[in-house]
Design a protein around this ligand. Structure first.
Ligand code: NAP
Length: 301
């Protein structure tokens, strides 16, 4: 079951697989290992992969691209998302003296060309501006997006961590729609539900993406009373669905009418398979609010 992000696409899988933690895999980051995770994802209906130029200290795209080049026929079976606009202080980028943002036309185009080379592909299916840049010049970003689309280097465009006002500004300068806003959203981080982010996405008919949908793993390990409370409720609901806690946390996002696309980050293929089945679980309204209340620490007003 795929999902069209906006009226004009692109079509992504209902869950997306994030590459941020590729280098943290205890089983290594060899091409063979990465390819086995790509194949597992594809076999279980996860066809979209989320990257950023900076992941793994500017190294994850390269590792993923190298793995993909061992099996070039796979490229047409999957969608590649990447991001640009953050400049890290890194040995890989000796000219960066401070961590900062750069959404200039020149940098966006340069960054996409780097990503194309690293991922060993001729096109990025979806390009996102990684973070809102206080110096963002919407006309310049629009020029970069139009140039990239005209040359076929990036096919669709979106943003990440943007407020509604920031999205509206950029959208006002573009001749085509932005197709997503990738924001942090989970049972542990519910801000996007209440600050207008998800309402705006629904109003303009685009699907948001949720990063760290399991709280980056903290949902399983954090000893704080809040997380313990969330875990207890998830566990209880999981039992009644014959499911697992992590599946319920993902099903909670999928239940939202904004058609949130969770971007999962596990390196464990068993967990990946299990999470791919979350879409079979439909939470009741009561269950959804039990989880909301456990997270908020109170019932709704
Ligand atoms: P996540 O799925 O919330 O967290 C993944 C972490 O949780 C991994 O360390 C994983 O460990 C652990 N985990 C998963 N299931 C578990 C379980 N059942 N028990 C114990 N631990 C478990 O997502 P994330 O990795 O933080 O982020 C996902 C993706 O979002 C990233 O890869 C990236 O693509 C994107 N992202 C975007 C932004 C942005 O600003 N746009 C920011 C952050 C991330 P194992 O590997 O051992 O399973």
């Amino acid at each position: 079951m795929n999902i069209k992000l906006s009226g004009e696409g692109p079509e992504l899988s209902r869950l997306v697989y994030g590459a941020w933690r590729l280098k943290e895999d205890p089983k290594g980051a060899t091409s063979q290992r990465i390819l086995s995770k790509i194949n597992t994802a594809l076999e279980h209906g996860i066809t979209s992969f989320d990257h950023a130029d900076i992941y793994g200290d500017y190294g994850c795209e390269e590792l993923f691209g190298k793995a993909l080049s061992d099996s070039p026929r796979l490229r047409d079976s999957l969608q590649l998302i990447t991001k640009c606009g953050i400049k890290l202080v890194s040995e890989q980028r000796p000219d960066h003296v401070i961590k900062h943002y750069d959404t200039s036309r020149e940098h966006i185009i340069w960054s996409v060309e780097q990503s194309l080379r690293s991922l060993r592909t001729d096109r990025i299916d979806l390009l996102l501006i990684h973070r809102p840049d206080p110096l963002l010049d919407a006309d310049e970003v629009a020029e970069a997006f139009v140039a990239l689309r005209t040359e076929g280097k990036a096919l669709h465009f979106g943003v990440s961590n943007f407020s509604v006002a920031q999205m509206e500004l950029l959208a006002s300068r573009l001749p085509f729609p932005l197709v997503t806003n990738q924001v942090e959203c989970s049972v542990m981080q519910m801000e996007a539900l209440h600050d207008g982010t998800l309402d705006y996405c629904q109003r303009i008919c685009l699907s948001p993406m949720a990063w760290s949908p399991l709280g980056g793993g903290a949902i399983f390990s954090s000893p704080s009373p809040r997380e313990q409370r969330i875990r207890d409720v998830l566990e209880l609901i999981a039992q009644s669905h014959q499911a697992t806690l992590d599946q319920i946390a993902i099903a909670w996002l999928l239940r939202h009418p904004a058609k949130i696309i969770p971007v999962i980050g596990t390196n464990d293929t068993d967990r990946l398979i299990r999470l791919s089945r979350s879409k079979e679980i439909v939470l009741s309204r009561t269950e959804w609010f039990q989880i909301w209340s456990a997270s908020a620490g109170r019932p709704v007003p």
